[in-house]
Design a protein around this ligand. Sequence first.
Ligand code: ATP
Length: 229
Amino acid sequence: MKSLNFLTKSRGNNRQFAVIGLGRFGRAVCTSLHKMGYEVLGTDIDEKLVTQVLAQKVASHAIQLDSTEPESLKEAGIFEMDTVIVAIGNYLQESIITTLNVKEAGVEQVIAKASSEIHGKVLRRVGADRVVFPEHEAGCALASTLTQPGFLERFELDTENSIVEILVPEAFHGQTLSQLDLRKRFGLNVLAIGNGDKFITNPSPGQVLKKGLIMVVIGSNKNLQRLPI
Ligand code: ATP
């Protein structure tokens, strides 16, 4: 197998990622990181998927290997990466052994995809720094946008608090943040205002709100629901 150690020698300040498992989730992670300009190494046991990723240029590098074999991971330079994403959801044994391998070898940040709660628990036990449940998370996000169509995006901080993106409500048009006094009236804070392409973070109290602009607001779910959207 071709060694990819050259990758790790030329790292500089740039963060490097490896994605193990090139199913739909793994490929999506590769594509997004690659588009953002990061070095991404994609790997899969299936040669066809590796060839596909190379042909579609969705990762900087791709290599075929069995991630349950620590030697193969080492040779590919995966232990030198800053962040490794274990994107194997359905093969429990492989997912657990792979997570254990990369964590035992000292990779600082390991994110693993789980297909069930118990799978997630085991992944945490073997050292995963973060466990994601993509299907569950996508389902919750969909339900939230269906029931609260005024929220363009929602990031749940915990079960009671969120950060949401909303279109400036009609009732807020033409008013400054200090006139609106959302903190006092709604218990909410405005983190940013923008037009979708560009945002001003920490907007000043004199910032005027206009219809069509987007506000990023933080607060309790209860208070967010009181917004006139
Ligand atoms: P999704 O498409 O939802 O991301 P999937 O069903 O395509 O998931 P999984 O079953 O979660 O895929 O597996 C993801 C990838 O992991 C597959 O392409 C599979 O070939 C790869 N894989 C499985 N075992 C290993 C292994 N030991 N080493 C490397 N890759 C593996």
